[in-house]
Design a protein around this ligand. Structure first.
Ligand code: AP5
Ligand code: MG
Length: 234
């Protein structure tokens, strides 16, 4: 697949392994855009939030510990998230690269990822920041629904299923996430400002591709493709 990287310095010239980090506040569209970008590049999209929800659904100890924090809009410990990322990115499907949705989310996680990258010989990541104003985020999240089986993300306003409350892909009844209540959304936004905002500063403005995430999902996908120079991959 021909790749046309926008800035050679972002990519390892001799390796096609590419690592993407998708940043942005709750509801900015990370999960929605991760699916599009990962399928365009044929790499796995790894959402640490989805990993915790899967652990919870499987009834594991990690899931039980994380579930309370998720429902309260608090972050899970760096140690636990880092260990999960080490394990997940070591899997076979990551050999050609991967996209991380929602990780790193604190400065210690960013430092940890950078050390891991050095140890594993990974190239510099392509850091994408989806920028969306808070009030739009709250509107989007309170209207979000998700398929518990295939994880497809819907929105009762901007992306409704064909049949109300039912997944288009597998017919499962859609759910509302526990943390999509307005008071929890506001707490998640505060956690983002306090702990995740500084991560963007850590990478520095020259390393971050900021994309306006307030258009339609299709417009944002195009903006991400333009910003990363991946239009040639369609
Ligand atoms: P996580 O699951 O990552 O949640 P989040 O960061 O709060 O982000 P969301 O998944 O809520 O939103 P999104 O940006 O993916 O938006 P989406 O595409 O769904 O994390 C959950 C929790 O896990 C954290 O709070 C924390 O507790 C824990 N956790 C996870 N990672 C961690 C880490 N690294 N460290 C510590 N703890 C961690 O879109 C939202 C809605 O908008 C949908 O309805 C969608 O259809 C709609 N939409 C999307 N794009 C558009 C658009 N362009 N126009 C209109 N509607 C749109
Ligand atoms: Mg998400």
């Amino acid at each position: 697949m021909p790749l046309d990287p926008p800035r050679a310095s972002r990519y390892d010239a001799i390796s096609y392994l590419m690592i993407f980090l998708l940043f942005g506040p709750p509801g900015c569209g990370k999960g929605t855009q991760a699916v599009v970008l990962a399928s365009r590049l044929n790499i796995p999209a790894i959402s640490t939030g989805e990993m915790f929800r899967a652990e919870h659904n499987a009834g594991t100890e990690i899931g039980k510990a994380a579930c309370k924090l998720l429902a309260e809009g608090k972050l899970v410990s760096d140690e636990l998230v880092n260990a999960m990322v080490v394990s997940r990115t070591g899997r076979e499907d990551c050999v050609n690269g991967f996209l991380l949705d929602g990780y790193p989310r604190t400065a210690p996680q960013a430092i940890f990822l950078s050390q891991l990258a050095r140890e594993r010989g990974w190239p510099e990541p392509v850091v994408i920041h989806l920028d969306v104003a808070d009030e739009l985020l709250v509107t989007r999240l309170t209207a979000r629904r998700q398929c518990p089986t295939c994880l497809h993300i819907y929105n009762i306003v901007s992306h409704p299923p064909r049949v109300e409350g039912i997944c288009d892909h597998d017919g499962a009844p859609l759910i509302t996430r526990d943390d999509d209540r307005e008071e929890v959304i506001r707490r998640r936004l505060r956690a983002y400002d306090e702990l995740t905002g500084p991560v963007l500063k850590w990478y520095g403005p020259k390393s971050v591709i900021t994309v306006d995430g307030s258009g339609t999902a299709a417009e944002v996908s195009e903006a991400v493709a333009r910003g990363t120079g991946l239009l040639a991959c369609r």
